[in-house]
Design a protein around this ligand. Structure first.
Ligand code: LLP
Length: 438
């Protein structure tokens, strides 16, 4: 993956630094991000739009991995940003992310979050439902403040990995249904508002999608609606946002397209549709999360105990687990791994990689063939950069791991490891005198 290789000692290196040096310096479990790979991906997306001469914003869907350093990296690469909560927005602003390039998503934004977004001068709010239209009208009227919005719609296309299904009525908690009049009704409610500036439509059809057909289908449906609004109301949408969801390769079974190929195909289908119907080319926005950071991340664990279930399996346990990577337990997600200090040793033994949480389902990888391991070896699990740290928890009161960025032999900490003290920081003791209002 990326700039990983094997050094003379037969050890894994990531971004020019030995994985063992990283594990020894920062401890384990440790998330290691190869930032060269994140930059390469970001540039590939942006340059694909540039080459096609298409105005675009590539917004990093920061739910995949959010931290101050990551927001600063995204800002420097010229990415825009998709945030989904006051907390992500707060972190991004704290990181100095240009607020006019931030887009705010979510199906249940609070007044407090919307006020925060409005007061910060956010670039765009992706409006999800009728309740939110009321909220925004009320808040912008009170503040006498303008706001750019997109309407999130569900086109009735849902894509999962390499399958996509088209349904008449999309059963989703997100967005206005494009097929049953909801989207039109939302459009009517905002198109003439004095404070709300409608830029266009947004859809997100799924995640870890392997082919580009579903994106083209979705684009077609949204464009058809844009044409209808122009015909009926002389309204032209300057922006079309097709969300994220571009797939990546976790294991050999996964066969995604190159990230930029999704964009090339998307541009082609939009251009042909638009050209046919003589509509001005809108600015295209996309929101990749996983495909920007997923394969740039590796988790290093220290191997501890083992257990043989004779004739069934050998368990090897690591010092993390579902608390730092919930995806195998939650989605049966598959990962690949290697023993970082035994990269040139022959793989001879089948293992199931278990975590250390008190739960039988806490398995990171079922059935992987590795060199024979012993306690103290370092296991590198690949492709953990998206929805790993961001979905981490303190289950069993495990402190969350540290996160480091590596590039060209340099490494630096970007999120410190949690301490036991951090774990009890918000706890209140029954021995404490409570203040009157606490
Ligand atoms: N835009 C919207 C509106 C989204 O809801 C999402 C992801 C994205 C963009 C980014 O999608 P990506 O490019 O990362 O696939 N926790 C799950 C993934 C949940 C995705 C939720 N929405 C996982 O670990 O696979």
């Amino acid at each position: 993956y990326g700039t990983q290789s094997i050094d003379e000692q037969g050890q894994l290196t990531i971004g020019g630094t030995s994985a063992m040096t990283l594990a020894n310096t920062y401890g384990t479990p440790l998330f290691v991000y190869d930032t060269a790979l994140i930059k390469e991906r970001a540039r590939a997306f942006i340059q694909t739009f540039d080459r096609a001469g298409v105005q675009a914003q590539v917004a990093y869907a920061s739910k995949a991995f959010s931290s101050i350093a990551m927001y600063q990296l995204a800002a420097k690469e010229g990415l825009s940003l998709d945030v989904v909560s006051g907390g992500e927005l707060y972190t991004a602003i704290h990181a100095g992310f240009p607020v006019e390039r931030i887009h705010f998503h979510g199906n249940n934004k609070s007044d407090e979050e919307l006020n925060f977004a409005l007061d910060s001068g956010i670039g765009c709010i992706v409006v999800d439902n009728f309740y939110e239209i009321d909220q925004l009208k009320r808040l912008t009227t009170y503040k006498k403040m303008n706001i750019n919005i997109l309407l999130r719609v569900t086109p009735g296309i849902e894509a999962h990995t390499h399958d996509y299904i088209t349904t008449g009525q999309a059963d989703s908690k997100f967005g206005f249904d494009l097929n049953n009049g909801q989207a039109d009704q939302a459009f009517q409610l905002v198109k003439d508002d004095i404070y709300i500036q409608l830029l266009g439509m947004h859809c997100h059809i799924g995640s870890q999608i392997f082919d580009s057909v579903a994106f083209s289908l979705a684009a077609k449906k949204l464009i058809a609606k844009m044409i209808a609004w122009r015909t009926q109301f002389d309204f032209v949408c300057p922006v079309l946002n097709l969300g994220g969801g571009f797939g990546i390769r976790y294991t050999e079974e996964d066969k995604p397209l190159q990230p930029e190929v999704y964009v090339e195909d998307m541009i082609k289908s939009i251009q042909s549709e638009i050209g046919l119907l003589e509509y001005p080319m809108p600015e295209i926005w996309i929101e990749p999360g996983r495909s920007l950071v997923g394969d740039a991340g590796t988790t290093l664990y220290t191997i501890g105990s083992q257990k043989e279930v004779p004739g069934v399996r050998n368990y090897l346990a690591v010092d993390g687990g579902m608390s730092d990577n919930i995806r195998p337990a939650l989605y049966q997600a598959k990962y690949d791994a290697a023993v970082a200090n035994k990269m040139t040793k022959e793989s001879t033994t089948r293992y199931t990689v278990a975590g250390k949480c008190c739960e039988s389902g806490d398995k990171l990888i079922e059935n992987i063939t590795l060199p024979k391991v012993e306690a103290g070896d370092t296991l590198a699990v690949f492709c953990t950069g998206a929805y790993g740290y961001s979905m981490a928890s303190n289950y069993n009161r495990l402190p969350r791991p540290a996160v480091v960025f590596v590039e060209q032999g340099q490494h630096r900490i970007v999120i410190k490891r949690e301490s036991y003290e951090d774990l009890i920081r918000l706890d209140c003791s029954l021995e404490e005198e409570l203040g009157e209002n606490s």
